[in-house]
Design a protein around this ligand. Structure first.
Ligand SMILES: [Zn+2]
Length: 103
């Protein structure tokens, strides 16, 4: 079970975008990295193409380490330390360790 999932709103805990929040676009559990919307932007130089008529410099999200991300708790609105709760069906669920709210 992943601490961070696609679609989560996460806070950035480290790096140049520290303090910002964004939506998780993709997660790679094997490498423990994720892509977060408008976070860790990297400039790419692109040739003119069908999709990109103008060419030139475009900014794209770069992968960021999962360790630098924390889900934002919907209740306390702060980056949550993720805890786990096992429900009756043995399903593990994420909770905010501060307020016990499910994430
Ligand atoms: Zn909370």
């Amino acid at each position: 079970m992943a601490r961070i999932k696609k679609g989560d709103t996460v806070a950035i805990l480290g790096g140049k975008d520290k303090g910002k929040t964004g939506k998780v676009l993709q997660v790679w559990p094997e490498t423990e990295r994720a892509l977060v919307e408008r976070i860790n932007l990297v400039k790419h130089f692109e040739r003119r193409s069908q999709q990109n008529q103008a060419g030139g410099i475009v900014e794209r999200e770069g992968a960021i380490a999962l360790a630098k991300l924390a889900p934002v708790c919907p209740k306390c609105q702060k980056p949550a330390r993720v805890g786990w709760r096992v429900s009756g069906t043995d399903e593990k669920r994420r909770i905010c360790r501060r307020c016990q709210e499910p994430l």
